[in-house]
Every structure is written in structure tokens, then in C-alpha cells.
Design a protein around this ligand. Structure first.
Ligand SMILES: C[S@@+](CC[C@H](N)C(=O)[O-])C[C@H]1O[C@@H](n2cnc3c(N)ncnc32)[C@H](O)[C@@H]1O
Length: 289
């Protein structure tokens, strides 16, 4: 799944070519601004932190699900240049940006056009699955299938490391931050490209140009300022906006932890948490037993 060059492969079935998806900034025409917003509102520290928390070893095979413009893939390669990384996303325009970034940095990266609920890899073939700010873009049933696909595609002992809007609070028995990695605050002060990118949008426009479903309630465009909550608090305005948005609300109260537990992972836990200005950000890790 890897090479010494940058390439884009198409993993879609004929049916998937017709399938809608929610692009990175809600509307396809906003894509050129995605990385600019990321840079200036501080999403990059989230990518770097997720890559550090993943702790990927040399030679490990890594899949970045919902990679978009591959910022997390590239963070993984900065943290572990000997990793073999593939990015998966349905948005070919984002993958083209990703390919240009990887080429400029002269790093090998395989990019695959496809969906989270059908991973482009064989059983037990991955060491690690990473994903940043993407799972809240995936519809409910596809998210469940993604959890099952992650379990199928990882080798025993393989891990998922996810960063997304969400929280562990209220999870049914799931653990919270582990203290060693769960410090917060610094990253939270950096702002959010993702939220800013959707500012002003009247809803998520899906990849084939139509707006529909829960996305019509908008992204994070009405969020202003810091959430104001403490390390694990949920009272801030950012938290309210994440709770009010049906895409991100699914990740609150242990939603991501349940996703992986239900898929058969034994130790899904929140390993870090950031109160971002656009809402609570959770870092979740789980091991395939
Ligand atoms: C907010 S962007 C995050 C991109 C990147 N991971 C980052 O952190 O910058 C969300 C990404 O999820 C992708 N996406 C939407 N639906 C998806 C699906 N069903 N499967 C995989 N990715 C999906 C979008 O195309 C978009 O690139």
C-alpha cells in the first residue's frame, strides 16, 4: 500500500462514485482555504499531538482515514519518517492537494479515494489507523461499519488513534484521560481552522453538490471565542455548539469510545483532551486484541 512516490488510487465501486460525502469545510469550493485556516487557527498542533500520541514505530503500516489534505499523514511522517502511510478520503480534490504537499516535502505517501466504511486493505494488514477531525463527517451507519472495518484491518495488537470533536464524559465505564498524556490548555488556546472554515456556512454541502440531512444545521460557524470550560468541563460555548451540531454531538459523552468498544476493541480510552475554542477535542486510542 506504499511506495517511494506519491500516488492517488481510486478504490471506489461504481455505486460509491455516486455517493455523497461531507467535505472538509462543508462546501467543496472552500477547499483551497482549508490549509490556510488550519495553519492560522492552530489545528496543526492537534495533528502533531495525535501523531506523537500514536507512537508509531519504524516500518509500521498506517492508514489515515478521512485524510483530507493529509496534514495528519504528514505529521505522522514527521514524527516517524520510516512509517508507511496511506491516506484515505472520498474527496479527490483534497487528495490532489495532499499529493502536492507530499511531493513538495519529498515524502512517500499513497492516497486512496474511498470511504471509511470500506477500507482499502486486507484483514490484519495494518499496524495503526489514525484519523483527525474526520469521523464526525461520516454518517451513523458508515461510522459503525468503520469501527468494524478498523477491527478487521488491524493486526492483533494494532491500534487506532483518533482526534476529533468529542468528549469521554458520561461514557459507560470508559476511562477518561490517563494523566500522563491528558494535559490540556496549551493546544486549546490555538484556535480552530476546522471551525473557522465552516463559519458562515448555512449547512454542509455534500461532495456532489447537494446540501441535505443533519448538515443543514450548519458547522461551527456561530461559535465565537473560547469554550471557557475546564479540562473536562462541558459548559462552554464551544461545547454547546458541538452538542447542537448533530455531526459532532455523536462524539460527545463517550460516543467515540462506544464506537470502538462496540466494534470489539477492548481498551478504548480517551488519552488526551483539549478545550479548543471551537469545542472539546478528544484524543481516543484503542487496541485490537
Ligand atoms: C474536516 S476534514 C479533516 C481532514 C484531515 N483529516 C485534517 O485533519 O485536516 C474531514 C474529512 O473527512 C472526509 N470524509 C467525509 N466523509 C467521509 C467518509 N465517509 N469516509 C472517509 N472520509 C470522509 C472529508 O472529505 C474531509 O476530507
Amino acid at each position: 500500500m506504499n511506495s517511494t512516490t506519491v500516488r492517488i488510487l481510486d478504490h471506489r465501486t461504481p455505486e460509491e462514485r455516486e455517493r455523497e460525502f461531507l467535505p472538509g469545510m462543508g462546501k467543496p469550493w472552500l477547499l483551497p482555504f482549508y490549509d490556510v485556516f488550519s495553519r492560522f487557527s492552530g489545528v496543526r498542533p492537534l495533528h502533531d499531538r495525535a501523531a506523537a500520541l500514536a507512537g508509531i514505530a519504524p516500518g509500521e503500516i498506517v492508514l489515515d482515514v478521512g485524510c483530507g489534505t493529509a496534514s495528519l499523514s504528514l505529521a505522522v511522517l514527521r514524527a516517524q519518517p520510516a512509517a508507511r502511510v496511506t491516506g484515505l478520503d472520498p474527496d479527490v480534490a483534497a487528495l490532489r492537494v495532499a499529493a502536492r504537499k507530499a511531493s513538495r516535502r519529498r515524502v512517500p505517501l499513497t492516497l486512496v479515494q474511498g470511504f471509511a466504511d470500506r477500507l482499502p486493505t486486507g484483514d490484519g494488514s495494518l499496524d495503526h489507523i489514525v484519523s483527525s477531525l474526520a469521523l464526525h463527517h461520516v454518517p451513523d451507519e458508515a461510522r459503525i461499519r468503520f469501527g468494524q472495518e478498523a477491527f478487521r484491518a488491524l493486526r492483533p495488537g494494532g491500534k487506532v488513534t483518533i482526534v476529533d470533536f468529542g468528549s469521554a464524559d458520561g461514557a459507560d465505564g470508559a476511562t477518561g484521560t490517563d494523566g500522563a498524556t491528558g494535559a490540556t490548555g496549551a493546544d486549546g488556546a490555538t484556535g480552530g481552522a476546522h471551525g473557522a472554515g465552516q463559519a458562515g456556512g448555512e449547512g454542509h454541502q455534500h461532495g456532489r453538490g447537494r446540501t441535505r440531512g443533519p448538515g443543514s444545521r450548519g458547522g461551527y460557524g456561530r461559535v465565537r471565542g473560547h469554550g471557557g470550560a475546564g479540562e473536562h468541563g462541558g459548559a462552554g460555548r464551544g461545547h454547546s455548539a458541538v452538542a447542537a451540531n448533530p455531526h459532532t454531538a455523536r462524539n460527545l459523552e463517550g460516543g467515540l469510545l462506544r464506537l470502538f468498544t462496540d466494534a470489539g476493541f477492548t481498551d478504548a480510552r480517551e488519552i488526551a483532551h483539549v478545550e479548543h475554542r471551537y469545542g472539546p477535542i478528544t484524543f481516543v486510542q484503542a487496541t485490537r486484541a
